[in-house]
Design a protein around this ligand. Structure first.
Ligand SMILES: [Ca+2]
Ligand SMILES: [Ca+2]
Ligand SMILES: [Ca+2]
Length: 218
């Protein structure tokens, strides 16, 4: 009976996934072929689908904008903190070359001085180079001090001086004439004004129990 039937053609419901069928009059499929994207195919987009896509795009763009905004804010705040650290110090601290220094005006032993620096979240000063050394010597004069502990000693091994702040070896030095002499077990380093060298400050090893001014650095 299939040969006597009238062929009906049904429009594909979905041109990308649906099937096109041919049926006889009894509704029996006599031909079936896959729909394709030929110019004859018709793609119908429902309005509500379009709106969902638009909403999704808007939401994604908003989320991306928010993320970028947060990233920029965090970056700016970090940068501001770094700039603030370079250009300012806490009250009573002195700024020099990106570091902050605290002058301890009471006379204390080397270890008591270091303990106080640690309570101030710092260490006794580490003199890295000739520039920092010269700046400290000038400052010491301005502060009216003639003896000031700095952050190095040879308590571990005689003659091997280390910085207390990071445990590194002392490489740059500015010893006064005939120093260090380890006289009576002198193990801690100070900046001093030696009258024999016309009041020009240099380094001297001294007994760690001696009580001097001190300088913290952070
Ligand atoms: Ca330093
Ligand atoms: Ca010594
Ligand atoms: Ca000495």
């Amino acid at each position: 009976m299939a040969s006597q039937g009238i062929e009906l053609q049904y429009e594909c419901p979905d041109m990308t996934h649906g099937d096109e069928h041919r049926y006889d009059i009894c509704g029996v499929a006599i031909e079936k072929k896959k729909c394709d994207n030929s110019p004859h195919s018709k793609k119908v987009e429902l309005p509500w689908k379009l709106w969902i896509k638009i909403i999704l795009v808007v939401v994604m763009v908003s989320i991306m904008s928010l993320c970028i905004s947060i990233a920029v804010t965090v970056l700016m705040n970090t940068r501001n903190d770094e700039v603030a650290k370079i250009w300012s110090c806490e009250n009573e601290w002195i700024l020099n070359n990106g570091h902050c220094y605290f002058f301890g005006s009471s006379n204390t032993s080397w270890q008591a001085a270091e303990n106080h620096c640690k309570r101030l979240r710092s260490h006794l000063v580490k003199i890295n180079d000739v520039g920092e050394n010269l700046w400290l010597k000038t400052l010491m004069k301005e502060l009216g001090s003639s003896d000031m502990w700095i952050g190095a000693n040879d308590c571990g091994t005689e003659g091997q001086y280390k910085w207390v702040s990071d445990g590194s070896n002392v490489t740059y030095t500015d010893w006064d004439r005939l120093q260090p002499d380890d006289l009576n077990n002198e193990d801690c380093i100070e900046l001093w004004d030696n009258y024999k060298t016309l009041k020009i400050s240099h380094w001297n090893d001294n007994r760690c129990s001696s009580k001097f001014h001190y300088m913290c650095e952070k």
